[in-house]
Design a binder for this molecule. Structure first.
Ligand SMILES: Cc1ncc(COP(=O)(O)O)c(C=O)c1O
Length: 392
């Protein structure tokens, strides 16, 4: 009755089962995994946001596959503020970056073709690719006082079926940015192998440094598709607005745009009220100020707690919403997370959730409200301290 591509194992894992049990029995949970900004106690300008959705022009339907011109111009303005010139004709509005990925996989890949994805990385890639009959091949990120791409391994991972390299800038959950030298090497590899670059920049605005970091949206060397959207930039994932920008050698770019336009025209999935509201929804200062303050405070507090003990360290990060803790290997990360949840009510993600190749890593969300964040980290360190004493 069903397709092979949807034959996923839908069994809940022990950690998600334990979480569901705990929640259904009414026991408190200190959730250090929350990355939905609408659930983290941020203040949103309700009147302004909701008011923007009631423009009377929303009663008219004027389907434009790439998205209404004024809405795309708002995206141009966003990049202009980052000193990056984007052509309004190169932009496609989509209802999420997930939709943008599916458009790209359809435009670039035949069934069984491959895209390279970073490891550790965003957990949704495998599903997004599966649904489009595309295979994901990992390329490793290595940590040595900071994260970087293992370019040798990346090049070895390329096969005749590879169509694209996906870069997340900054990466989720490692929080490292792609540097100018990395961009240069990626361009070379893509040009040599006739590959496209797909740059997911949903976290680009969230840097712990002061400099405005370069975006792939102005990359004209290799065929490049840069995506971002409101989920992170404005903390509004429920609005379902994202975009895709094609850049690169002109002839190739125009071919890509023509194909993507046909895909977008087939669905016409962007709704009009949301496009009309985009100038207001992309007004991001209010959210970003709160978010930056929250992530900086949590990070500072995390470091203070890390400095009071010797068993766990925090890996360096440059941006994004996550921190990675290196924890002692007393068992699997999943068992540690399970024990933390069952005995102290704190919920963290084991590294394998983000495809860490080995145990010894936990991931926490830095947009967690400050009090539970501190309580959860204290509970984690207390548990690890207790386990370590028992084991040694
Ligand atoms: C790397 C990355 N890309 C995309 C998204 C989601 O974007 P959207 O809501 O536009 O699909 C996330 C969400 O966590 C993410 O981490």
């Amino acid at each position: 009755m069903f397709s092979d591509r949807t034959a996923w194992s839908l069994e809940p894992n022990p950690l998600s089962e334990a979480l569901a049990d705990r929640l259904s029995s009414g026991k408190p949970v200190i959730d250090l995994t929350e990355s939905n900004p609408t659930k983290c106690g941020f203040y949103f300008e309700a009147e302004q946001i909701l008011g923007a959705l009631s423009d009377p022009a929303g009663l008219h339907y004027d389907p434009v596959p790439q998205g209404l011109l004024p809405a795309r111009s708002t995206v141009v303005d966003y990049y202009r503020a980052r000193n990056c010139a984007v052509n309004v004709n190169d932009i496609f509005l989509t209802t999420s970056t997930s939709e943008a990925y599916s458009f790209l996989f359809r435009a670039l890949c035949n069934p069984g073709d491959e895209v390279l994805i970073p490891q550790p990385g965003y957990p949704l890639f495998n599903f997004l690719a599966d649904i489009q009959d595309v295979a994901t091949i990992r390329y490793p990120l290595i940590y040595d006082y900071g994260w970087q791409i293992d370019f040798h391994a990346l090049q070895r991972a390329i096969t005749p079926r590879t169509r694209a390299i996906i870069i997340v800038n900054p990466n989720n959950p490692t929080g490292h940015f792609c540097k100018a030298d990395d961009m240069h090497r990626l361009n070379q590899i893509c040009l040599e192998g006739d590959l496209a670059l797909i740059a997911d920049e949903v976290f680009l605005d969230f840097s712990f440094g002061k400099d405005i970091l370069p975006t792939f949206a102005s990359n004209n060397k290799a065929l490049t598709f840069t995506m971002s959207g409101l989920s992170k930039i404005s903390g509004l994932p429920q609005m379902k607005v994202a975009w895709l920008i094609a850049t690169g050698p002109e002839a190739l770019k125009q071919q890509a745009i023509a194909r993507l336009e046909m895909i977008a025209d087939t669905y016409l999935s962007m709704n009009t009220p949301m496009q009309l509201a985009l100038p207001v929804l992309l007004e991001r200062d209010n959210f970003q100020q709160q978010c930056v303050e929250r992530t900086r405070k949590n990070l500072a507090h995390l470091d203070k707690l890390v400095s009071t003990q010797k068993l766990c360290t925090r890996l360096n990060l440059e941006g994004g919403w996550y921190a990675i803790l290196k924890v002692p290997l007393t068992g699997s990360d999943e068992d540690l997370a399970l024990e933390l949840l069952n005995t102290r009510g704190a919920y963290v993600h084991p590294g394998h959730f983000y495809d860490f190749p080995a145990d010894g890593y936990l991931v926490v969300s830095l947009i967690t409200p400050e009090l539970p964040f501190a309580a959860g980290i204290e509970a984690l360190f207390a548990l690890i301290d207790e386990k370590f004493r028992k084991d040694s």
